[in-house]
Write a protein that binds this ligand. Structure first.
Ligand code: DON
Length: 590
């Protein structure tokens, strides 16, 4: 196959070559024409170096586009597309590949959500997130003195939920894919077997987490008993064997195969916290996407326990505020409107969010016109009176760059948006011996006790309390936007814990409301408020933009927004892909 790349992209080719030198992978892709870089609004400084990065992180094509957080994951998608696969095969290939390439972020012992839109066939939402095992009950995480054992729920074997990624990806591919699963898993198997060059972010987190890794994990992520370094070749032989067994036995491998045996064996030492029964009873949930008309588009997103509903509320609140003359206007006005909309949406999340099979989440109400009006009336009273104060000192959420997102679209508008995770950096920081797989620590996404924040500083209520078989509340919000005529407009999603919904909001706000181009919209400095802590988090570039005197009622904290957005948008006959410039990925397509 031939290699085509534009002049500006030759460095990308070099970069991809470096990343994959060990596996001798060749990147074969057709790269589209580039648009000229336009300047960001002069009133708000852009993220340093953002325009320089644009050539790497944005791509324009016409046929097909994928945006992920590793060049070789995007390449896995291109590879199966060229073999005659469709967007679902592309999603599945990229999902298996990214689990090899970003073991700190996701993996086959994790879980996720996906929205699939195939205009001629239909639309689906899939929940293949982790579930609490039968032994997962609140008292299990309570210390003898009655306090919450936040260590136990966020690290080690008892922090893992029953995983769903493998069943989810296989089910979706079986329902809608075209290629045999062996072709779809092939790139991931190659990356595991031949290895790939360790990139900076991976090397950093390996060295950080190294002392906490169990021996099997140190063996995979170490050389000569020390953490593997940037540029060295990471070969994952056990993971290759696990992928080979999945390719051969498909979901049977997850029902009574060797992986099931190895996981059950591992847990014997830990009270059989995840039992064979938990494992075998796991079911992927398939449903209609949550759908709502927002900002002139039909939005398809993930129903609870995802945060898609709160993202819709947030967007509807902002739209309603924009209509009212009483709200302050201009840059400061926009900031106030957005912050207050975020505060309400995240309050709803904290108070009502949870697994709908266990708690009633009033989805229809939260996105209804009367509710939006009522909430905006309340905000209006507060803003107009000016009588409000920050109530808490800011809390620095723990640093966590993980989870991943895949956005795919073709020229017919077939699209997949999927966010997948093992939750924290390297999840439970435990590898199940013999599998090459890292356990998730998604039990931490439950509310361990009312008011006790999780890894992302999020609090929850009883609605998200731990219970056997229950799915923890999630910020992951894979989303697809349709034009009013049903044509696909945009596929978007992000990793980033509590920052996920606000990253999607910020991007859509700049793209659809402020009419910036897609790359600028992803890289534009972001605003974040998550109800608690009662703090307005701003990207550092916004420092000085809003004089303190104009935002007297907020406790402001400057720091980098944690989420990384992966998006594909259709503009006329062009497909534009952007992988967040904070990450390692690239969009690929032609
Ligand atoms: O589902 C959730 O909300 C979390 N497990 C997502 C974690 C995440 O995005 C971490 N990224 N920084």
């Amino acid at each position: 196959m031939s290699l085509f790349f534009g002049k500006k992209r030759s460095f990308l080719f070099l970069f991809l070559g470096l990343l994959s030198f060990g596996s001798c992978e060749t990147i074969q892709t057709f790269l589209g024409n580039k648009e000229k870089t336009t300047e960001l609004s002069p009133s708000i400084p852009q993220i340093q170096g953002a325009s320089l990065k644009r050539d790497r992180y944005e791509l324009i094509g016409r046929e097909f586009m994928i945006a992920t957080d590793h060049p070789l994951a995007s390449q896995a998608g291109v590879e199966v597309w060229k073999q005659g696969g469709n967007v679902v095969d592309v999603f599945a290939a990229a999902s298996f590949a990214i689990s090899v390439l970003r073991p700190q972020s996701t993996g086959l012992l994790g879980g996720g959500f996906a929205i699939v839109y195939l205009p001629k066939k239909g639309k689906w939402a899939y929940d293949f997130r982790e579930r609490s095992p039968k032994k997962g009950i609140a008292s299990f995480y309570t210390k003898p003195d009655g306090s919450a054992d936040t260590e136990k729920i966020s690290k080690g074997p008892f922090s893992a939920g029953v995983p769903g990624n493998v069943q989810g990806i296989l089910k979706i591919q079986k329902q809608h894919g075209k290629l045999p699963i062996t072709d779809v898993i092939a790139p991931a198997m190659r990356y595991a077997k031949n290895g790939f060059a360790v990139y900076a972010d991976l090397a950093n987190v390996i060295s950080k987490v190294w002392p906490n890794m169990n021996p099997s994990m140190q063996k995979v992520f170490g050389i000569d008993n020390r953490p593997i370094r940037e540029g060295e070749l990471l070969v994952q032989n056990d993971l290759f064997q696990t992928l080979s067994r999945i390719a051969e036995k498909e979901e049977k491998e997850w029902i009574d195969g060797e992986t099931t045996r190895l996981v059950t064996e591992y847990y014997k030492e830990f009270d059989s916290f995840i039992s064979e029964e938990d494992w075998k009873e796991y079911q992927v949930k398939q449903m209609e996407p949550l759908s709502s008309s927002v900002w002139g588009y039909q939005m398809l997103t993930m129903p609870p326990p995802s945060s898609g509903v709160h993202l819709i509320t947030l967007m509807l609140l902002k739209a309603e505020m924009a209509k009212r003359q009483s709200f302050p206007k201009g840059q400061v006005g926009e900031m106030i409107q957005i912050t207050e909309a975020m505060r309400v949406a995240y309050r709803d999340r904290a108070e009502l969010g949870g697994d709908p099979n266990f708690t009633e989440v009033p989805v229809a109400k939260l996105i209804s016109f009367p509710y939006i009006q009522e909430e905006v009336n309340e905000i209006e009273k507060k803003v107009v009176s000016g009588n409000w104060k920050p109530i808490q000192k800011p809390i620095e959420p723990k640093d966590s760059y993980n989870t991943t997102h895949i956005s795919v679209m073709d020229k017919e508008g077939n699209a997949v948006s999927s966010t997948q995770s093992i939750n924290g950096i390297f999840g439970a920081i435990q590898m199940v011996p013999g599998t090459g797989l890292v356990l998730n620590n998604t039990m931490d996404d439950f509310s361990i006790a009312p008011g006790v924040p999780n890894l992302y500083g999020l609090v929850g209520s009883n609605a998200n309390a731990i219970a056997p078989g229950k799915t923890p509340l999630s910020s992951m919000s894979p989303t697809i936007l349709l034009e009013p005529n049903g044509n696909t407009k945009l596929v978007i999603g992000a990793p980033g814990g509590s920052h996920i919904p606000t990253s999607i909001f910020n991007t859509l706000y700049h793209y659809l409301i402020q009419k910036r181009n897609l790359y600028e919209s992803v890289s534009f400095p972001r605003i974040h408020h998550q109800y608690q802590p009662d703090t307005l988090f701003l990207d550092p570039e916004l420092k000085g933009t809003f004089p303190e005197t104009e935002l007297p009622f907020y406790q402001v904290q400057y720091g980098r927004h944690r989420a990384k957005v992966f998006v594909v948008s259709k503009e006329g006959d062009k497909l534009i892909g952007v992988s967040d410039p904070k990450g390692e990925g690239v969009p690929l397509g032609f």
